[in-house]
Design a protein around this ligand. Structure first.
Ligand code: UDP
Ligand code: MG
Length: 340
Protein backbone atom coordinates (compact mmCIF):
# COMPACT_ATOMS: atom_id res chain seq x y z
CA UNK A 1 0.00 0.00 0.00
CA UNK A 2 1.44 3.41 -0.85
CA UNK A 3 1.78 6.17 1.71
CA UNK A 4 -1.30 8.18 0.79
CA UNK A 5 -3.58 5.14 0.80
CA UNK A 6 -2.11 4.10 4.11
CA UNK A 7 -2.80 7.56 5.53
CA UNK A 8 -6.38 7.57 4.30
CA UNK A 9 -6.93 4.06 5.68
CA UNK A 10 -5.65 5.20 9.05
CA UNK A 11 -7.87 8.28 8.88
CA UNK A 12 -10.98 6.34 8.02
CA UNK A 13 -10.26 3.93 10.86
CA UNK A 14 -10.00 6.82 13.30
CA UNK A 15 -13.23 8.44 12.15
CA UNK A 16 -15.02 5.13 12.19
CA UNK A 17 -13.83 4.53 15.71
CA UNK A 18 -14.92 7.99 16.81
CA UNK A 19 -18.35 7.38 15.36
CA UNK A 20 -18.57 3.91 16.89
CA UNK A 21 -19.67 2.49 13.56
CA UNK A 22 -19.98 -1.11 14.57
CA UNK A 23 -21.01 -2.99 17.68
CA UNK A 24 -18.19 -5.46 17.44
CA UNK A 25 -14.80 -6.18 15.89
CA UNK A 26 -13.56 -9.76 16.11
CA UNK A 27 -9.76 -9.85 15.89
CA UNK A 28 -7.95 -13.10 15.06
CA UNK A 29 -4.15 -13.48 14.78
CA UNK A 30 -3.33 -16.18 12.27
CA UNK A 31 -0.09 -17.96 11.49
CA UNK A 32 -0.22 -20.93 9.13
CA UNK A 33 -3.80 -21.99 9.83
CA UNK A 34 -4.94 -22.58 6.25
CA UNK A 35 -7.03 -25.62 7.17
CA UNK A 36 -9.12 -24.00 9.86
CA UNK A 37 -9.59 -20.57 8.21
CA UNK A 38 -12.76 -21.29 6.18
CA UNK A 39 -14.58 -22.90 9.10
CA UNK A 40 -13.32 -20.22 11.48
CA UNK A 41 -14.76 -17.38 9.41
CA UNK A 42 -18.02 -19.18 8.92
CA UNK A 43 -18.40 -19.97 12.63
CA UNK A 44 -17.60 -16.44 13.81
CA UNK A 45 -20.05 -14.91 11.33
CA UNK A 46 -22.73 -17.37 12.33
CA UNK A 47 -22.28 -16.67 16.04
CA UNK A 48 -22.36 -12.87 15.83
CA UNK A 49 -25.10 -12.71 13.19
CA UNK A 50 -27.19 -14.87 15.50
CA UNK A 51 -26.77 -12.23 18.19
CA UNK A 52 -28.00 -9.52 15.80
CA UNK A 53 -24.85 -7.40 16.04
CA UNK A 54 -23.27 -5.12 13.49
CA UNK A 55 -19.75 -6.49 13.26
CA UNK A 56 -16.55 -6.92 11.33
CA UNK A 57 -14.00 -9.71 11.40
CA UNK A 58 -10.36 -8.72 11.24
CA UNK A 59 -8.03 -11.58 10.43
CA UNK A 60 -4.36 -10.70 10.76
CA UNK A 61 -1.93 -12.82 8.83
CA UNK A 62 1.32 -13.06 10.76
CA UNK A 63 3.64 -14.02 7.92
CA UNK A 64 2.08 -17.38 7.01
CA UNK A 65 3.70 -19.47 4.29
CA UNK A 66 1.11 -22.22 3.84
CA UNK A 67 -1.40 -20.48 1.57
CA UNK A 68 -3.29 -18.77 4.41
CA UNK A 69 -2.61 -15.36 2.86
CA UNK A 70 -4.10 -16.18 -0.54
CA UNK A 71 -7.16 -17.75 1.02
CA UNK A 72 -7.60 -14.85 3.38
CA UNK A 73 -7.35 -12.34 0.56
CA UNK A 74 -9.96 -14.21 -1.43
CA UNK A 75 -12.38 -14.30 1.48
CA UNK A 76 -11.82 -10.61 2.19
CA UNK A 77 -12.63 -9.74 -1.41
CA UNK A 78 -15.76 -11.90 -1.46
CA UNK A 79 -17.24 -10.91 1.90
CA UNK A 80 -18.12 -7.47 3.16
CA UNK A 81 -17.76 -8.39 6.83
CA UNK A 82 -14.09 -9.35 6.67
CA UNK A 83 -10.95 -7.28 6.72
CA UNK A 84 -7.64 -9.05 6.14
CA UNK A 85 -4.54 -7.35 7.53
CA UNK A 86 -1.44 -8.98 6.11
CA UNK A 87 1.83 -8.42 7.92
CA UNK A 88 5.11 -8.49 6.02
CA UNK A 89 6.65 -11.23 8.10
CA UNK A 90 6.08 -13.29 11.23
CA UNK A 91 6.07 -10.91 14.19
CA UNK A 92 4.39 -13.11 16.80
CA UNK A 93 0.90 -13.38 18.19
CA UNK A 94 1.06 -10.23 20.31
CA UNK A 95 2.11 -8.03 17.41
CA UNK A 96 -0.53 -9.59 15.17
CA UNK A 97 -3.18 -8.80 17.76
CA UNK A 98 -1.92 -5.25 18.14
CA UNK A 99 -2.19 -4.82 14.35
CA UNK A 100 -5.77 -6.10 14.47
CA UNK A 101 -6.64 -3.69 17.30
CA UNK A 102 -5.30 -0.84 15.23
CA UNK A 103 -7.73 -1.51 12.40
CA UNK A 104 -10.74 -2.36 14.58
CA UNK A 105 -13.63 0.11 14.57
CA UNK A 106 -16.14 -1.67 16.81
CA UNK A 107 -17.35 -0.48 20.20
CA UNK A 108 -16.30 -3.81 21.59
CA UNK A 109 -13.40 -6.00 20.51
CA UNK A 110 -13.28 -9.76 20.87
CA UNK A 111 -10.06 -11.69 20.29
CA UNK A 112 -9.72 -15.40 19.73
CA UNK A 113 -7.29 -17.94 18.29
CA UNK A 114 -7.42 -18.88 14.64
CA UNK A 115 -7.15 -22.61 15.25
CA UNK A 116 -10.74 -23.07 16.49
CA UNK A 117 -9.53 -24.16 19.93
CA UNK A 118 -11.67 -21.29 21.19
CA UNK A 119 -15.32 -21.61 20.26
CA UNK A 120 -16.75 -18.62 18.33
CA UNK A 121 -20.18 -19.58 19.67
CA UNK A 122 -19.05 -18.19 23.06
CA UNK A 123 -18.69 -14.64 21.68
CA UNK A 124 -22.29 -13.43 22.36
CA UNK A 125 -22.05 -14.66 25.94
CA UNK A 126 -18.82 -12.73 26.53
CA UNK A 127 -20.37 -9.60 25.02
CA UNK A 128 -23.44 -9.87 27.21
CA UNK A 129 -21.13 -10.02 30.23
CA UNK A 130 -19.16 -7.03 28.92
CA UNK A 131 -22.38 -5.05 28.63
CA UNK A 132 -23.08 -5.64 32.29
CA UNK A 133 -20.55 -2.85 32.81
CA UNK A 134 -17.12 -4.44 32.48
CA UNK A 135 -14.20 -3.16 30.45
CA UNK A 136 -12.68 -6.61 29.94
CA UNK A 137 -14.12 -10.11 30.11
CA UNK A 138 -11.55 -12.86 30.01
CA UNK A 139 -12.31 -16.42 28.96
CA UNK A 140 -11.44 -19.22 31.34
CA UNK A 141 -10.77 -22.54 29.64
CA UNK A 142 -12.27 -24.58 32.43
CA UNK A 143 -11.83 -27.88 30.63
CA UNK A 144 -8.71 -27.16 28.67
CA UNK A 145 -7.80 -29.64 25.97
CA UNK A 146 -4.02 -29.48 25.78
CA UNK A 147 -1.10 -31.72 26.79
CA UNK A 148 -0.90 -32.01 30.59
CA UNK A 149 2.82 -31.88 31.22
CA UNK A 150 4.09 -29.43 28.63
CA UNK A 151 1.11 -27.07 28.52
CA UNK A 152 -1.23 -27.35 31.50
CA UNK A 153 1.41 -27.53 34.23
CA UNK A 154 3.52 -24.53 33.11
CA UNK A 155 0.32 -22.63 32.51
CA UNK A 156 -0.98 -23.40 35.98
CA UNK A 157 2.24 -22.17 37.58
CA UNK A 158 2.31 -19.10 35.33
CA UNK A 159 -1.28 -18.22 36.21
CA UNK A 160 -0.57 -18.37 39.94
CA UNK A 161 2.61 -16.30 39.55
CA UNK A 162 0.94 -13.72 37.33
CA UNK A 163 -1.96 -13.42 39.75
CA UNK A 164 0.40 -12.89 42.68
CA UNK A 165 2.55 -10.33 40.90
CA UNK A 166 -0.17 -8.32 39.19
CA UNK A 167 -2.88 -8.58 41.81
CA UNK A 168 -5.46 -9.44 39.14
CA UNK A 169 -7.29 -12.55 40.22
CA UNK A 170 -8.30 -14.42 37.10
CA UNK A 171 -7.62 -18.08 36.53
CA UNK A 172 -6.54 -18.31 32.91
CA UNK A 173 -4.37 -15.53 31.51
CA UNK A 174 -3.36 -17.53 28.46
CA UNK A 175 -6.86 -17.79 27.03
CA UNK A 176 -7.06 -15.71 23.86
CA UNK A 177 -10.83 -15.52 23.90
CA UNK A 178 -11.46 -12.19 25.56
CA UNK A 179 -13.80 -9.25 25.10
CA UNK A 180 -12.72 -5.64 25.54
CA UNK A 181 -14.23 -2.18 25.41
CA UNK A 182 -12.42 -0.54 22.53
CA UNK A 183 -11.43 2.58 24.53
CA UNK A 184 -9.49 0.32 26.84
CA UNK A 185 -7.53 -1.27 24.03
CA UNK A 186 -6.75 2.13 22.54
CA UNK A 187 -5.00 3.07 25.78
CA UNK A 188 -2.65 0.11 25.83
CA UNK A 189 0.57 -0.55 24.01
CA UNK A 190 1.64 -4.14 23.46
CA UNK A 191 5.14 -5.57 23.30
CA UNK A 192 6.85 -8.95 23.67
CA UNK A 193 4.43 -11.70 24.62
CA UNK A 194 2.35 -9.20 26.50
CA UNK A 195 -1.03 -10.15 25.10
CA UNK A 196 -1.54 -12.55 27.97
CA UNK A 197 -0.93 -9.69 30.34
CA UNK A 198 -3.64 -7.54 28.80
CA UNK A 199 -5.85 -8.06 31.87
CA UNK A 200 -2.96 -6.93 34.08
CA UNK A 201 -2.21 -3.94 31.86
CA UNK A 202 -5.90 -3.14 31.76
CA UNK A 203 -6.05 -3.40 35.53
CA UNK A 204 -3.23 -0.85 35.72
CA UNK A 205 -5.36 1.39 33.52
CA UNK A 206 -8.15 1.07 36.07
CA UNK A 207 -10.35 -1.31 34.08
CA UNK A 208 -13.19 -3.38 35.52
CA UNK A 209 -12.26 -6.99 34.83
CA UNK A 210 -14.03 -10.30 35.14
CA UNK A 211 -13.76 -13.82 33.78
CA UNK A 212 -16.20 -16.49 32.68
CA UNK A 213 -15.86 -20.14 31.70
CA UNK A 214 -15.59 -20.77 27.95
CA UNK A 215 -15.39 -23.90 25.87
CA UNK A 216 -12.05 -25.21 24.63
CA UNK A 217 -11.40 -27.82 22.00
CA UNK A 218 -8.37 -29.89 21.13
CA UNK A 219 -6.56 -28.66 18.04
CA UNK A 220 -8.28 -30.16 15.00
CA UNK A 221 -6.08 -28.63 12.32
CA UNK A 222 -2.38 -27.86 12.11
CA UNK A 223 -0.16 -27.78 15.18
CA UNK A 224 0.64 -25.48 18.08
CA UNK A 225 3.14 -22.74 17.34
CA UNK A 226 4.64 -22.87 20.80
CA UNK A 227 6.73 -25.19 22.96
CA UNK A 228 8.16 -24.99 26.45
CA UNK A 229 10.40 -22.07 25.45
CA UNK A 230 7.43 -19.77 25.82
CA UNK A 231 7.52 -20.22 29.62
CA UNK A 232 10.83 -18.36 29.94
CA UNK A 233 9.63 -15.48 27.77
CA UNK A 234 6.44 -15.22 29.79
CA UNK A 235 8.46 -15.01 33.02
CA UNK A 236 10.62 -12.21 31.57
CA UNK A 237 7.49 -10.33 30.55
CA UNK A 238 6.15 -10.85 34.04
CA UNK A 239 9.23 -9.09 35.45
CA UNK A 240 8.59 -6.16 33.11
CA UNK A 241 4.97 -5.97 34.18
CA UNK A 242 5.92 -6.12 37.84
CA UNK A 243 8.33 -3.26 37.38
CA UNK A 244 5.83 -1.21 35.41
CA UNK A 245 3.16 -1.79 37.98
CA UNK A 246 5.34 -0.74 40.92
CA UNK A 247 7.55 1.94 39.47
CA UNK A 248 6.39 3.18 36.07
CA UNK A 249 5.63 6.68 37.26
CA UNK A 250 8.17 6.67 40.07
CA UNK A 251 11.36 4.77 39.13
CA UNK A 252 13.36 6.69 41.73
CA UNK A 253 11.28 5.03 44.45
CA UNK A 254 12.61 1.65 43.35
CA UNK A 255 16.15 2.31 42.21
CA UNK A 256 16.72 5.28 44.49
CA UNK A 257 15.76 3.50 47.70
CA UNK A 258 17.84 0.42 46.82
CA UNK A 259 20.78 2.68 45.88
CA UNK A 260 20.56 4.68 49.07
CA UNK A 261 20.39 1.57 51.26
CA UNK A 262 23.41 0.15 49.48
CA UNK A 263 25.42 3.37 49.96
CA UNK A 264 24.51 3.64 53.63
CA UNK A 265 25.47 0.00 54.25
CA UNK A 266 28.75 0.56 52.42
CA UNK A 267 29.41 3.71 54.39
CA UNK A 268 28.79 2.07 57.79
CA UNK A 269 31.00 -0.92 56.98
CA UNK A 270 33.61 1.46 55.58
CA UNK A 271 33.55 3.42 58.82
CA UNK A 272 34.14 0.21 60.77
CA UNK A 273 37.14 -0.63 58.60
CA UNK A 274 38.47 2.90 59.05
CA UNK A 275 38.39 2.48 62.82
CA UNK A 276 40.23 -0.83 62.53
CA UNK A 277 42.81 0.81 60.32
CA UNK A 278 43.24 3.70 62.77
CA UNK A 279 43.59 1.12 65.56
CA UNK A 280 46.62 -0.22 63.71
CA UNK A 281 45.23 -3.38 62.02
CA UNK A 282 45.83 -4.13 58.36
CA UNK A 283 42.63 -4.08 56.27
CA UNK A 284 44.07 -4.55 52.79
CA UNK A 285 43.30 -8.28 52.66
CA UNK A 286 39.80 -8.10 54.20
CA UNK A 287 36.96 -9.29 51.92
CA UNK A 288 34.87 -6.70 53.72
CA UNK A 289 36.84 -3.98 51.95
CA UNK A 290 35.74 -5.34 48.57
CA UNK A 291 32.17 -5.48 49.80
CA UNK A 292 32.34 -1.83 50.89
CA UNK A 293 33.56 -0.84 47.43
CA UNK A 294 30.83 -2.85 45.70
CA UNK A 295 28.08 -1.50 47.95
CA UNK A 296 29.07 2.11 47.42
CA UNK A 297 29.72 1.84 43.66
CA UNK A 298 26.59 -0.26 43.14
CA UNK A 299 24.57 2.20 45.20
CA UNK A 300 25.73 5.16 43.16
CA UNK A 301 24.85 3.30 39.95
CA UNK A 302 21.40 2.42 41.22
CA UNK A 303 20.80 6.07 42.11
CA UNK A 304 21.87 7.07 38.60
CA UNK A 305 19.54 4.45 37.07
CA UNK A 306 16.74 5.92 39.13
CA UNK A 307 17.46 9.41 37.87
CA UNK A 308 17.68 8.19 34.27
CA UNK A 309 14.44 6.31 34.83
CA UNK A 310 12.77 9.50 36.00
CA UNK A 311 13.91 11.32 32.86
CA UNK A 312 12.77 8.50 30.58
CA UNK A 313 9.45 8.18 32.34
CA UNK A 314 8.82 11.87 31.73
CA UNK A 315 9.75 11.49 28.07
CA UNK A 316 7.48 8.45 27.79
CA UNK A 317 4.44 10.21 29.18
CA UNK A 318 4.99 13.65 27.72
CA UNK A 319 6.04 12.66 24.20
CA UNK A 320 2.83 10.67 23.78
CA UNK A 321 0.59 12.96 25.74
CA UNK A 322 -0.09 10.07 28.06
CA UNK A 323 -1.46 11.29 31.35
CA UNK A 324 -0.47 9.29 34.44
CA UNK A 325 -4.16 8.74 35.23
CA UNK A 326 -7.22 7.50 33.36
CA UNK A 327 -10.62 9.16 33.63
CA UNK A 328 -13.60 6.82 33.54
CA UNK A 329 -16.17 9.56 33.04
CA UNK A 330 -16.84 13.21 33.82
CA UNK A 331 -20.29 14.03 35.13
CA UNK A 332 -22.12 17.34 35.06
CA UNK A 333 -21.78 20.47 32.95
CA UNK A 334 -21.81 23.47 35.28
CA UNK A 335 -22.70 26.74 33.60
CA UNK A 336 -19.70 28.99 33.22
CA UNK A 337 -20.41 32.50 34.46
CA UNK A 338 -20.79 34.78 31.44
CA UNK A 339 -18.60 37.82 31.28
CA UNK A 340 -20.59 41.03 31.35
N1 UDP B 1 -0.06 -17.13 16.08
C1 UDP B 1 0.35 -15.99 15.41
N2 UDP B 1 1.69 -15.76 15.27
C2 UDP B 1 2.62 -16.60 15.82
C3 UDP B 1 2.19 -17.75 16.53
C4 UDP B 1 0.84 -17.98 16.63
O1 UDP B 1 -0.47 -15.22 14.93
O2 UDP B 1 3.82 -16.34 15.67
C5 UDP B 1 -1.50 -17.41 16.20
C6 UDP B 1 -1.92 -18.79 15.80
O3 UDP B 1 -2.17 -18.90 14.41
C7 UDP B 1 -3.18 -19.00 16.61
C8 UDP B 1 -2.88 -18.22 17.88
O4 UDP B 1 -1.85 -17.30 17.55
O5 UDP B 1 -4.28 -18.42 15.97
C9 UDP B 1 -2.46 -19.11 19.03
O6 UDP B 1 -1.43 -19.98 18.64
P1 UDP B 1 -1.40 -21.53 19.03
O7 UDP B 1 -2.75 -22.14 18.81
O8 UDP B 1 -0.25 -22.15 18.35
O9 UDP B 1 -1.12 -21.44 20.59
P2 UDP B 1 -1.66 -22.45 21.71
O10 UDP B 1 -3.17 -22.51 21.55
O11 UDP B 1 -1.02 -23.75 21.43
O12 UDP B 1 -1.24 -21.81 23.00
MG1 MG C 1 -4.19 -23.03 19.94
Amino acid sequence: MDASRLASAALSTTTARAEGLLDLSVVVPIYNEVDSLPLLIEKIAEAVQGAGLSYEMIVVDDGSSDGTVELMQRFAEERDDLKAVILRRNYGQTAAMAAGFNYAVGDAIVTLDGDLQNDPADIPMLLAKLNEGYDLVSGWRKKRQDAALTRLLPSKIANILIGKVTGVKIRDYGCSLKAYRSELVADMNLYGELHRFLPALAFMEGARITEMPVRHHARQFGESKYGLGRTIRVIMDLLTIYFMKRFLTKPMHGFGVAGLLSIVAGFVLGLYLTFLKLGGSAIGDRPLLTLVAILILGGVQLLCFGLLGELMMRTYHESQNRPIYRVRSVVGRPKVAQKA
